[in-house]
Design a protein around this ligand. Sequence first.
Ligand SMILES: Nc1ncnc2c1ncn2[C@@H]1O[C@H](COP(=O)(O)OP(=O)(O)O)[C@@H](O)[C@H]1O
Ligand SMILES: [Mg+2]
Length: 267
Amino acid sequence: MNDIKTGSETKETAVEIKDLRMSYGKKLIQENINFQVAKGSIFIIMGGSGCGKSTLLKHMIGLLPPAAGQVLYGETDYWAAEVEKQDEIRRHFGVLFQGSALFSTLTLTENVTMPMKLNGDAKKSDAERRDRAHELLDMVSLSHAKDLLPNEISGGMKKRAALARALALDPEFLFLDEPSAGLDPISSRKLDDLILELRDRTRATVLVVTHELPSLFAIGDDGIFLDAQSKQPIARGAPKALLETCEHPFVQAFLNREVPDGDESNE
Ligand SMILES: Nc1ncnc2c1ncn2[C@@H]1O[C@H](COP(=O)(O)OP(=O)(O)O)[C@@H](O)[C@H]1O
Ligand SMILES: [Mg+2]
């Protein structure tokens, strides 16, 4: 097991990326990606539009195989592992994709029970699944909306419902792709508080793609900055530390943007 030294503490590594190269066919997206994520930390993937942040998440959650390099969960190189082992690793993932995509014809309760059903949580009865879904909806302050359909609730509530669904299988890893995109600043801050609270409560390791400055400074313990021009990472560290110490002009420009006071839609 690898260890990461942060000050006097030594933390266990939850996932490590080694010499990763990502491409779509012949089109190189990023290379020379190397980082470790400490267990229970919130790790931010930063960089401009189109640099490969979502692509990196896809390599980490088992959706896209690397052109070269490794994604290591514990001792296991995910992409070199047997299918059964890959399935087992993926069972510990909770994912919130860009857009959050709830099933529009299902109530929030039914949306949250869906992963439990799909993943053959056969030991649980329907009533037990429903109780667990209600607990999770309560955790994200949506008890009052449990029987509503997605089109009957606000954007912020949809994100929280999608987060509850991502937590349905008690994940060890939570992958969030632009969770606060399209939210107003207040809903976005509430979502940040919720992510911090969930991390503390569930001890999950959280990987977040975000452009939102208040958000990445508020929740990021660590991070990496991917550069679209050189097609490789140009900075590593906590967003706050990078703001103070990183001299790269792209990183400074990114972290010193005016904080938008309205709805900034991404991509
Ligand atoms: N399925 C795909 N096939 C080919 N190119 C893609 C595909 N998905 C994304 N890309 C390209 O890869 C680059 C990185 O995309 P993405 O990871 O979505 O960026 P980000 O999330 O940082 O905005 C972009 O130039 C995008 O157009
Ligand atoms: Mg993206």
